[in-house]
Design a protein around this ligand. Structure first.
Ligand code: IPM
Ligand code: MG
Length: 403
């Protein structure tokens, strides 16, 4: 055996372990959650992103400005545009997030982030790490919270996807040991598993849902997924009122398409990659990934994004004005809830349901035969101003069947 190859691999592995142990030490210094009521000003960073990003971001910011008018006037909230998170600038610095951009992000409390291009092999860009993944790690946004609802089918799911570990923690740090041997690494830490599982149980308890499903592949990926599941067993002891079960990702994926079974699932906690895949599948029932928002939450920062990509083809074909901003607007509603404006977050969510699902007076299709993103934004703002908004929303809710 070539000892040099072995030494190089060992060194690589040692480096990874060191970095993860350091990360654990940082997690142990838990400073608690930010209390936004006490923060003035709350700084909302806005990253316009690539492709259709600037188009859908502009519409989303318009709605936020409309909803937060009093707070913008009083100085409780300010917007900060962050210019540098574009693929051109990231490629120029050959970094997922250039240093000065990261500094700017860290000056904010929460960030509204439009889609950014994730290069892959063969693209004209250097093969840098995804900006989302880097931001989640840099700002320790450990919880990816993704709601999916289809009321008429009884679907009401809340996914708590672990966002900083699993296959993603070292997704860009695998090793080509030789030309024939490629190895990636996946990570579970006790601290990382505990905080996401606790968040899911807290949510289930606080909302009275009292039901959590933990999804792993612990029968095969025994060490890391096994640790995640063991942690669930531990955490569950602190929540005797919350009923919980565990499923393997393969059968869970199948059961989500079973109309008889899927309505029993309510709150899901799962490692990063499974969460990535399952939430795309889940969003499809709701009308596709373009309709789902995603909150990336840590104790100090929060980042809110659309769950779809930057769709460069739409820009190339001149269709960017027709891109659907719903996913980013839903993320903005989650942001409002997160920073203490749940009244407005709720209104925005109701308007999204009414305009996007129930009434559909205009429909954004991504083509010039459909409505423009700006027209949808107008429709949403008009709907929010309806004094009968809640009643109007209620009228579309399926009546609960008598027992
Ligand atoms: C998501 C996306 C990202 C992920 C990509 C763009 C790196 O699919 O937010 O789900 O895999 O997490
Ligand atoms: Mg995804």
């Amino acid at each position: 055996m070539d000892t040099q190859v072995l030494e190089r691999a060992k060194e690589h592995f040692a480096g990874l372990i060191e970095a993860q142990l350091e990360r654990i030490e940082r997690m142990k210094k838990d400073e608690g959650w930010v209390d936004y009521e006490k923060v003035k000003p709350i700084i909302i960073g806005v990253c316009w992103g690539d492709g259709i990003g600037p188009y859908i971001c502009q519409q989303t910011q318009r709605i936020l400005e409309f909803l937060l008018k009093p707070e913008l006037e009083s100085g409780k909230v300010v917007f900060k545009t962050i210019e540098g998170l574009t693929i051109e600038n990231r490629a120029k610095h050959n970094k997922a997030i250039p240093d000065d951009v990261l500094e700017e992000l860290k000056q904010c409390h929460v960030i509204l982030k439009a889609p950014t291009t994730t290069p892959r092999k063969g693209d004209p860009w250097p093969n840098i790490e995804s900006a989302n993944v880097a931001m989640r790690k840099e700002l320790d946004l450990f919880a990816n919270v993704r709601p999916v609802k289809v009321p008429e089918q009884g679907i009401d799911w809340m996914f708590f996807r672990e966002n900083t570990e699993g296959a993603y923690a070292l997704g860009s740090n695998g090793i080509n040991v030789t030309d024939d041997l490629a190895i990636d690494f996946t990570v579970t830490t006790a601290q990382g598993a505990e905080r996401i599982i606790r968040l899911a149980f807290d949510y289930a308890k606080r909302t009275g849902i009292n039901k959590v499903t933990v999804v792993t592949k612990a029968n095969v990926v025994k060490t890391t997924d096994g640790r995640f599941l063991d942690m669930a067993r531990e955490v569950a002891k602190d929540y005797p009122e919350v009923e919980w079960d565990d499923w393997y990702i393969d059968i869970m994926t199948a059961k989500l398409v079973d109309p008889k079974r899927r309505t029993q699932f309510r709150v899901m906690a799962l490692p990063n990659l499974y969460g990535d895949i399952l939430t795309d599948e889940a969003a499809e029932f709701q009308g596709g990934v373009g309709t789902a928002g995603s909150a990336n939450i840590g104790k100090r920062y929060g980042m809110f994004e659309a769950i779809h990509g930057s769709a460069p083809r739409m820009v190339k074909e001149g269709r960017a004005d027709y891109a659907d901003p719903s996913s980013l607007i839903r993320a903005a509603a989650m942001m409002l809830n997160h920073i203490g404006f749940a009244d407005r977050g709720k209104k925005l969510e109701m308007a999204l349901d009414i305009c996007g699902n129930f009434e559909q007076k205009l429909v954004v299709t991504g083509r010039s035969t459909g409505a423009k993103g700006s027209e949808l934004a107008d429709y949403l703002m008009e709907t929010i101003q309806d004094p009968e908004l809640e009643k109007r929303w209620q009228s579309y809710q399926p009546k609960t069947k008598a027992a």
